[in-house]
Design a protein around this ligand. Sequence first.
Ligand SMILES: C[S@@+](CC[C@H](N)C(=O)[O-])C[C@H]1O[C@@H](n2cnc3c(N)ncnc32)[C@H](O)[C@@H]1O
Length: 329
Amino acid sequence: MADENGPAPIPLGRGRAIRFYCEDALPGLPRRLGKGSVDVVVTSPPYNLGIRYRSYPDRRPRAEYLAWIGALASSVETVLSPAGSFFLNVGGTPKDPWLPWDVAREVGRTFVLQNVIHWVKSIAIDRRAAGRSAGLTSDLALGHYKPVVSDRYLHGAQEYIFHFSRSGAVPLDRLAIGVPYQDKSNVTRWGGAAQDRRCRGNTWFLPYPTIRERARDRPHPATFPPELPEWCVRLHGVDRTRRLVDPFVGIGSSAVAAVRLGIDFVGFDLDPEYLRRAAARAEEELARAGDRVPAPGDRPAALRPPSSGGSRRRSPRSSGRSTLGSASA
Ligand SMILES: C[S@@+](CC[C@H](N)C(=O)[O-])C[C@H]1O[C@@H](n2cnc3c(N)ncnc32)[C@H](O)[C@@H]1O
């Protein structure tokens, strides 16, 4: 049963569940969760850019906003386990490129910045740069971006995922989101390479899936794809993640990732309508998974490539004005 604090919990079995709270996450985190009871936090806070959320007014003086981000870091610090990871997704705008770094500096008062990951939403790959082995017959342009009409600025095709931890030395399962070697002779050449996998590095191409109708398919102005929190948890280590938390869960992309990985999850949002949608998405994912929701200790299913961002082949040298799809986030 749902109550005034959010949709009803969705059981995953073996004591795990997907829980949502319709309340302010900053006091909510320490009130709802035990000290050190969370292994991974993945979240995207409001960016203070005037995004039109249903309930939250996304514009306040910069100093006040940054103080609020600092308070968020303190709340996360209370609940994060000693070897936990805090992945914070933040983007800027062409006019305000320092914003993500101002946010990172503020969180850096509480945590150590261990990795900076670039979430690439759209990329153009020149056929010649890809090399013959890639087998491309033309240049590629993939993914969606928000077009900028300007003769000063480039369109923003990237956001940051700042990976914070307490010590800066949390071991990671880099090969869990690794990629195969292009040159297979490297599998044996490098001492540590026991399998055909190498670290993916800190550029993650995660396009938005193509949608037909925004109000129906993605009724929220600033989401990330579920693969983003999924890759963060896999990188931290699925077997070391007892609980995942998203303080700003929106329409539940992190909850979908938690269902896929079979991990206990808690999400907060101020807006009941977003949370209803989040619960529906988690239920749909659970129905899709059926009895394939991994149990604790199971090896998670192999990494699936992110669903297509609606790729279209076109020359990267053509005008940057036209878009490859709908603007998002
Ligand atoms: C960038 S969006 C997150 C979207 C989410 N990652 C997704 O994929 O759906 C930020 C969310 O934070 C929520 N929010 C703003 N202030 C909040 C607060 N103090 N506590 C909880 N949620 C808040 C907004 O309603 C909004 O849905």
